[in-house]
Design a protein. Structure first.
Ligand SMILES: NC(=O)c1ccc[n+]([C@@H]2O[C@H](COP(=O)([O-])OP(=O)(O)OC[C@H]3O[C@@H](n4cnc5c(N)ncnc54)[C@H](O)[C@@H]3O)[C@@H](O)[C@H]2O)c1
Length: 248
């Protein structure tokens, strides 16, 4: 599988390392990193060069993701997107991909563990909707270079809660006393790959759902899995589709 890495930063490099480790384990070349595209060579690459790969994996920045997605659509290359912080345009891109038979997959978090956390979060929110003595808050902690806040992962989990929780109408990225608002607290601490906590608390007890990433390997392996899965699909997908979870 010929891969174009669009964005060769922390995640691009982690995906390359995971791909090479997988090849070594299998004793054959399953993944070939055919193109490494970063800010310094992005504009010198032609559409024809990009079209040579089987799939692109995009981890850049909120301001560049959409241009890269459209570039892959134009080249007819399936694209797996990990960049967060641009998702006000997600629905538009998903609709375009579906209508025009493009291959597009976005996940705010590719780690299998986080996707299990999402699944448990949806189930817990449906249960806790009936127990009005509990209030809810969320915490996310990331490294200090992270550009978006709250994290795409926290936002995804928050929207899943809001869908299921009658007593919350919206989220806010700070502490709040407003009873119908779900607070998401963001902390930035050097070298933290990503920690997320959903907490239900009452006078009697607390229930916490927590995911702690120890490194970037989980995101990288999940993105490679998603890329392989997407190869023969047309339309817009998410990691829930890859893993067979029900997101509704
Ligand atoms: N979905 C997930 O599982 C997941 C996991 C980790 C990080 N992320 C997100 O992925 C994104 C990248 O994270 P990172 O930690 O690798 O960041 P990073 O800053 O280490 O790397 C981003 C790279 O993209 C390059 N870049 C910028 N503009 C570009 C362009 N137009 N074309 C090509 N390359 C360009 C930069 O030069 C840099 O090397 C962020 O939005 C982050 O929040 C998502």
């Amino acid at each position: 599988m010929k891969i174009a890495l669009i964005g060769y930063g922390k995640m691009g490099k982690a995906i390359e390392a995971a791909a090479l480790a997988k090849n070594q384990k299998l004793g054959k070349t399953l993944y070939e990193i055919a193109l490494k595209i970063d800010i310094d060579n992005r504009d010198t690459l032609t559409l024809e060069e990009l079209a040579q790969v089987d799939v692109a994996i995009e981890f850049t920045s909120p301001s560049t993701a959409i241009r890269n997605i459209n570039w892959c659509f134009e080249a007819g290359v399936p694209i797996v997107v990990g960049t967060t912080g641009w998702t006000e345009k997600l629905e538009e891109i998903r609709q375009y991909a579906t209508t025009n038979h493009k291959s597009f997959l976005f996940a705010p978090n590719y780690s299998i563990g986080v996707n299990i956390f999402f699944e448990m979060n949806r189930r817990l929110a449906s249960i806790m909707n009936q127990y009005e003595d509990y209030d809810i808050d969320m915490l996310e902690v990331h490294h200090t270079e992270k550009k978006d806040s709250p994290s795409g992962t926290a936002l995804h989990a928050a929207l899943d809660i809001l869908k299921r929780m009658g007593r919350k109408s919206d989220w806010v990225n700070q502490a709040t006393d407003e009873k119908d608002i779900l607070p998401i607290i963001s902390e930035r601490v050097p070298n933290v790959p990503g920690t997320h906590v959903v907490r239900y608390f009452s006078e009697i007890d607390d229930i916490e759902l927590k995911h702690t990433a120890h490194n970037r390997k989980g995101f990288a392996l999940g993105a490679l899995l998603a890329a392989e899965w997407l190869l023969d699909k047309k339309g817009a997908y998410s990691m829930e589709d890859v893993l067979g979870f029900n997101k509704d």
